[in-house]
Design a protein around this ligand. Structure first.
Ligand code: SF4
Length: 366
């Protein structure tokens, strides 16, 4: 008996018909380094971005010119660097915000200074900032992020032991400014769970303290690093921990628990990367990649253009980009290090394509 699911068929047709020149998300990785952070769970741990000339505010302005009328979410983050270490980070944020793009910033928060805070508060479009906190005390913060306590950084000459308090001060200021200005900016605190920070008493304390200066606290388990190494201090029975936390904080409007984030293995069932149709990632030198996880030297063959040499609108429609849609993930892309979102997209669309191919005799299978 054939079972035909209209809703899934509709989603699949939408995905196939969606024009790849209209990305849903454009991610910028402008960061140069990570100050004193050496997080052992960093997804791009030990992987350097491609070398080259740094992207400027003018380059970002030209990227945004090419995205006028498309309305992608502009995401500023990094797979192996902190985005706010770019020398013109606040100006780049201003450029994005004043043009009314929807915007998301993912940062450690150490450089979330007054200029960045005011840049974020420009404009009225949807905007959220996620600060990776992960800890509830200064010692724990330094240990989890592998920050040397007495080293001074090259930014303000501050010591590692000062970082936690500065981050909290920065987040407090941003939240206070948001409240004072009536901005709809969302301030979110991310808490990755490790053996030493996951007892429920500590997490209650974190929720109680951080709720005062954020709009949402998000608990999740760190995903596997690009090099396949899983941090040794991930909690045992992580999925049941997430379920317990979901039940514990069920009534809390400021807490979200990302259940089903404890999987230890990557999916190997799909052989085409569908996720790349809906996004591009631009690194600190303007190189354009299909997803955030591969925007490093290690996957240089997946780069299909540079916005300093070619306008983004041309790159989006280039043969170099479009041919990768048909590349086999294992033998040609040679990546399979998808983040959770992209893996979910790839797994779902692969399943829908197979189901549709099975019931549609006149359809040409992929
Ligand atoms: S890692 Fe995953 S999402 Fe990224 S390019 Fe490869 S298959 Fe696509």
């Amino acid at each position: 008996m054939d079972v035909f699911d209209y809703a899934e068929h509709f989603i699949m047709k939408l995905a196939r018909a969606y024009p790849p020149t209209r990305p849903l998300q454009v991610e910028l990785h402008p960061g140069l380094h990570c100050d004193l952070y050496r997080c052992p769970f960093c997804y791009g741990h030990g992987q350097a971005p491609l070398a080259g000339k740094l992207i400027t505010r003018g380059d970002v302005a030209r990227i945004l010119d090419d995205l006028e009328g498309i309305d992608p979410l502009i995401h500023m983050a990094g797979v192996t660097t902190e985005p706010l270490t770019h020398p013109a980070a606040a100006e780049i944020v201003t450029e994005i915000r004043r043009r009314g793009f929807r915007f998301a910033l993912h940062t450690k928060g150490y450089r979330l200074d007054d200029r960045c805070a005011h840049a974020l508060l420009e404009g009225t479009s949807e905007c959220f900032v996620t600060i990776s906190m992960d800890a509830v005390t200064n010692d724990q913060y330094m240990r989890l992020h592998n920050i040397p306590s007495e080293h001074r950084d090259g930014h303000r000459g501050l010591r590692g032991r000062d970082y936690y308090d500065i981050v909290k001060k920065n987040v407090r200021r941003l939240h206070a400014l948001k409240l004072a200005s009536g901005s709809s900016l969302q301030v979110r605190i991310a808490m990755l769970l490790f053996e030493e920070n996951c007892d429920e008493e500590q997490l209650d304390r974190a929720v109680s303290e951080y709720s005062d200066f954020c709009d949402l606290i998000r608990f999740a388990v760190p995903q596997v690093r690009n090099d396949g190494v899983r941090p040794t201090n991930v909690p045992a029975e992580a999925e049941s921990l997430l379920q317990r936390l979901a039940a514990r904080f069920a009534g809390s409007p400021k807490v979200r628990v990302l259940e089903r984030t404890a999987a230890t293995l990557r999916d190997t069932g799909f052989n085409r990367c569908e996720a790349q149709r809906f996004q591009v990632v631009i690194d600190r030198c303007g190189n354009v990649f299909p997803c955030p996880q591969v925007a490093v030297e290690q996957y240089a063959w997946l780069c299909y253009g540079n916005v300093k040499a070619t306008p983004l609108r041309v790159i989006l429609n280039s043969a170099a980009r479009l041919e990768r849609f048909d590349w086999d993930v294992t033998t040609q892309m040679r990546c399979r290090v998808c983040d959770r979102k992209d893996e979910a997209i790839n797994v779902m669309l692969d399943r829908l394509h197979r189901a549709f191919d099975a019931v549609s005799p006149h359809h040409t299978p992929r």
